[in-house]
Write a protein that binds this ligand. Structure first.
Ligand code: SF4
Length: 244
C-alpha cells in the first residue's frame, strides 16, 4: 500500500463530537476550494515529510482503550484506491473510523460502507447542487451528480454521518444555505462553519471578512427547518433548531 500520511494528531476532543479521536491527514485533493485551509496538503504535498504508517499504528495501539477512534481526513482520502486497506488496519486495531470527504467519489463510499470499514462519514456539501455554483466554490470542474449520489448513499447507509458547509460572504448567502438544506432534507446532522481568513488556498480570501456568529446562527435556524439537527461549528452544545 502506498498511501502517504502527511499529518497526525494523536488525540482531539473537538474533531468528532462526543469522542476522543486521533486524526490523520492524507495529501492531494481533486478540488481547489478558495478557502481551503490545507493548501500545503493540496498543492505542495511533496514538500511535507511523510509519517510512517507503523508509527501511526503503534500510537493507536498504545492509545487503545483511551481513544475512541481515528478520523481520516485530507486532502481528499478517496483519491487513494487502497484507502480500504488503510481503514482495515485501523479497524483491526479496534478503533472506530470516520472518513472526511468532499463526496466526489460515491463508488468508493459505497464500497467502504459495504465492506463495513466506516463508522462515521463527514461530507462537505459545498454549495447548492448546481454545476456552475458548485464548480465556482470547488475551484475546479466537477460532476455534481457524484455529489448527489454520495448524499443518497450516506443518508441510506445506516451509519453515523454529518454534512457540513463552509460559508464565506462572497460565495454563499442564506438562500444558498436553504437550497443546500433542501437537498439534504431529512439528514440527521448538518453543521455550518465559517471560513477563516488565514492560510487560505486563494490568498484573496485573506482580505474577506467572515459572517458574524449571529448571522451563521440565523443560517442554522433556516437550515433546521429541513434537517433533524443543525448548528454552527463551535456551538454544538446548543440546540438551535430541531425539526420536531
Ligand atoms: S477544502 Fe476543498 S480543496 Fe481543501 S481539502 Fe477540502 S475539498 Fe480539498
Amino acid at each position: 500500500m502506498n498511501i502517504p500520511i502527511k499529518g497526525f494528531i494523536e488525540n482531539s476532543l473537538l474533531e468528532w463530537e462526543g469522542k476522543i479521536a486521533s486524526i490523520i491527514f492524507l495529501p492531494t485533493c481533486n478540488f481547489l476550494c478558495h478557502y481551503c485551509h490545507a493548501p500545503h496538503l493540496v498543492q505542495t504535498p511533496n514538500k511535507l515529510e511523510s509519517i510512517p504508517l507503523e508509527s501511526v499504528t503503534k500510537k493507536l495501539q498504545q492509545s487503545f482503550g483511551w481513544i475512541d477512534g481515528v478520523v481520516v481526513s485530507g486532502g481528499e482520502p478517496t483519491m487513494y484506491k487502497e484507502l480500504g486497506e488503510l481503514l482495515k488496519i485501523f479497524k483491526d486495531i479496534g478503533v472506530l473510523v470516520r472518513l472526511d470527504t468532499n463526496g466526489t467519489n460515491p463508488y468508493a463510499l459505497k464500497d467502504l460502507i459495504e465492506k463495513d470499514l466506516l463508522d462515521c462519514i463527514a461530507m462537505d456539501v459545498k454549495a447548492p447542487l448546481r454545476k456552475n455554483k458548485y464548480e465556482e466554490i470547488a475551484g475546479t470542474p466537477c460532476n455534481v451528480e457524484d455529489i448527489v449520489n454520495s448524499i443518497h448513499i450516506i443518508m441510506e447507509s445506516g451509519i453515523e454521518y454529518e454534512f457540513r458547509t463552509t460559508v464565506c460572504p462572497s460565495q454563499l448567502d442564506q438562500y444558498d444555505i436553504e437550497d443546500i438544506s433542501m437537498s439534504i432534507r431529512g439528514a440527521e446532522r448538518y453543521i455550518i462553519q465559517s471560513f477563516k481568513p488565514n492560510h487560505c488556498l486563494n490568498t484573496d480570501m485573506l482580505n474577506e471578512k467572515p459572517y458574524s456568529f449571529e448571522m451563521l446562527r440565523e443560517f442554522a435556524m433556516v437550515a433546521g427547518k429541513y434537517v433533524n439537527y443543525c448548528c454552527v461549528r463551535g456551538d454544538e452544545g446548543k440546540v438551535l433548531s430541531r425539526n420536531w
